[in-house]
Design a protein around this ligand. Structure first.
Ligand SMILES: *Cc1c(COP(=O)(O)O)cnc(C)c1O
Length: 222
């Protein structure tokens, strides 16, 4: 059995109802997803458009699919009709395309803006100034943004053995989340702070995360 049910039940219990557990199922077979689905789990995260589209077609329709990977603008249309939450929106260009596809599908697609919090060069995300610029633009022109709603922020901390550094990065993201939580209105409704993975979710939750993305702890190593 590839799925670690003991870890799943322990994690659910530890996180409680206030923290959304997104089970990251990338590279894992549909049968593994179905195993957790049968336990009552509904939130799953995928990183690749084609893989997500294939799994969505074969698995139950009431699954909440989170797209957590790096999304290319030209692929938004494939997931726009059904995606529950696009985490990791890291450019105005991508956000505009999601908005366009949302309007086309007659949907308001919820998204999280990805913020660059790590000290590693390889990770994606907006910096603080770009975040401010984008949110200002949306809150001042809500009529132009009817296909999308910013429902929170997402970030990935440095992959580091230094808990002090990781904590500092999480707290920085939490402070941005708090700062913009007052910006509620059409197009913006901050309610999700997505931070924490298998190796750092405890620290993330202690820093204010209310959404964790956990893969290997549930499904084994990839
Ligand atoms: C793969 C992935 C995860 C899950 O990572 P684990 O270490 O397996 O828990 C979480 N977030 C993102 C963005 C990912 O790509």
């Amino acid at each position: 059995m590839a799925v670690n049910l003991d870890n799943y039940l322990r994690l659910k219990n530890e996180l409680g109802p206030a923290v959304t557990l997104v089970a990251v199922s990338k590279f894992k077979p549909a049968a593994d997803i179905k195993r957790l689905y049968d336990e009552g789990h509904r939130d799953f995260g995928e990183n690749y458009v084609q893989e997500l589209v294939e799994k969505q077609a074969t698995l139950p329709a009431d699954i909440h699919w989170h797209f957590i990977g790096h999304l290319q603008s030209n692929k938004v249309k494939f997931i726009a009709p059904f995606v529950h939450l696009i985490q990791g929106v890291d450019s105005g260009k991508l956000l505009r395309e999601i908005n366009k596809q949302g309007v086309k599908c007659n949907r308001v697609i919820p998204v999280l803006l990805q913020i660059y919090i790590a000290s590693e060069e390889t990770k994606f995300g907006l910096n603080d100034a770009e975040l401010d610029e984008l949110l200002t633009e949306i809150s001042s022109n809500p009529d132009q943004w009817k296909g999308v709603c910013i429902t929170g922020l997402m970030g990935m901390a440095s992959f580091s053995e230094n808990p002090g550094l990781v904590k500092k990065e999480f707290l920085h993201l939490k402070s941005l989340y708090d700062k913009y939580s007052i910006l509620s209105g059409e197009g913006i409704n901050m309610r999700s702070l997505s931070m924490g993975m298998s190796n750092d979710y405890t620290l993330a939750v202690s820093c204010g995360s209310n959404m964790v993305r956990v893969g290997s702890l549930l499904f084994g190593a990839r």
